[in-house]
Design a protein around this ligand. Structure first.
Ligand SMILES: NC(=O)c1ccc[n+]([C@@H]2O[C@H](COP(=O)([O-])OP(=O)(O)OC[C@H]3O[C@@H](n4cnc5c(N)ncnc54)[C@H](OP(=O)(O)O)[C@@H]3O)[C@@H](O)[C@H]2O)c1
Length: 253
């Protein structure tokens, strides 16, 4: 049985809590958040606290708080020589206080608190400083049905950067499409089959091969018409930037 103390109560921590609670070989010893009210509804199923000095002993401490607060929080932990891992894709393992044994437990997925997610589909990228701590973090990932991948810092940070393009920027494109559609009462639901097919297609062919559209075909008149149609300058700039990027990739000047 792996005992875990979970620190934080945001999107990732909430999903991890649910996954850890369901896992046969994991027990959540305690759940900490600086704001008690975010976890108070779990009081009947797990020991909760908003006081770092009351943290109990566990095999692993998972820090799932905002990137900028990881370093300070690791410093504020009132113990040493225990295994502490953060869940960030970009924060260096060395940013955490060295009084503890350090690790990273980065789930490469997008988490929103109130959206269901199948954890068995989530790759967990693991980083450690001392090799002997790898097994415990790997076992924890596997206990919740995930595949664990040992990575080094630059790999994890590059994956996170790529993930920003794949997820955050793509999602912003959905948002802009939603906004543009609203100008002519276009129902965003009509775009959903296209949106799903875009993601499905790259499961089988490369993004290079999957590209279609006016920029790839170099249909200049259509591009001109689109630019005339777009109302917001900001959207125009994004359209031009991405059109030029696609043209360059596909050999048009
Ligand atoms: N969301 C994702 O899709 C995703 C995916 C992979 C990895 N991650 C990583 O997972 C970590 C958590 O992300 P998240 O999306 O779950 O964040 P989130 O939903 O914004 O939650 C942030 C958590 O950090 C706590 N917090 C913020 N500032 C703090 C401080 N100064 N001291 C102590 N606690 C503080 C918040 O406490 P309060 O409730 O008191 O505000 C909250 O529990 C980040 O390192 C992120 O990079 C996120």
């Amino acid at each position: 049985m792996i005992s875990v103390v979970l620190i934080g109560a945001g999107n990732v921590a909430t999903h991890l809590y649910k996954a850890f609670s369901k896992a046969e070989n994991v027990s959540v010893t305690q759940w900490y958040n600086r704001t008690r009210s975010s976890i108070s509804s779990y009081v009947n199923e797990v020991d909760i606290t908003d006081s770092l000095k009351d943290l109990k002993k566990a095999d692993i401490y998972i820090i799932a708080v905002s990137d900028d607060s990881i370093a300070q929080l690791s410093e504020d932990l009132p113990f040493s020589n225990r295994l502490v891992a953060h869940t960030s894709g970009s924060v260096s393992i060395h940013d955490m206080n060295k009084k503890n044994k350090l690790g990273v437990f980065y789930p490469l997925q997008t988490f929103s608190k109130n959206t269901e997610l199948d954890f068995s589909e989530v790759p967990i990228c693991i980083e450690i400083i001392e090799k002997k701590n790898l097994k415990l973090l790997k076992d924890l990932a596997e206990a919740i049905g995930c595949k664990a991948y040992k990575v080094y810092t630059e790999q994890r940070q590059t994956m996170h950067l790529a993930a920003v393009f794949v997820n955050n920027f793509t999602n912003q494109m959905y948002r802009i499409a939603h906004e543009i559609g609203e100008t002519e009462n276009v129902d965003f639901n009509l775009l959903k089959p296209l949106l799903l097919e875009t993601a499905r297609k790259v499961q089988h062919i490369s993004p290079y091969m999957a590209q279609t559209g006016p920029a790839k075909r170099n249909d200049k008149k259509t591009i001109k018409r689109h630019l005339k149609q777009i109302e917001k300058d900001e959207h125009k700039k994004i359209y031009e930037l991405l059109t030029n990027s696609i043209k360059k990739t596909h050999g048009h000047r």
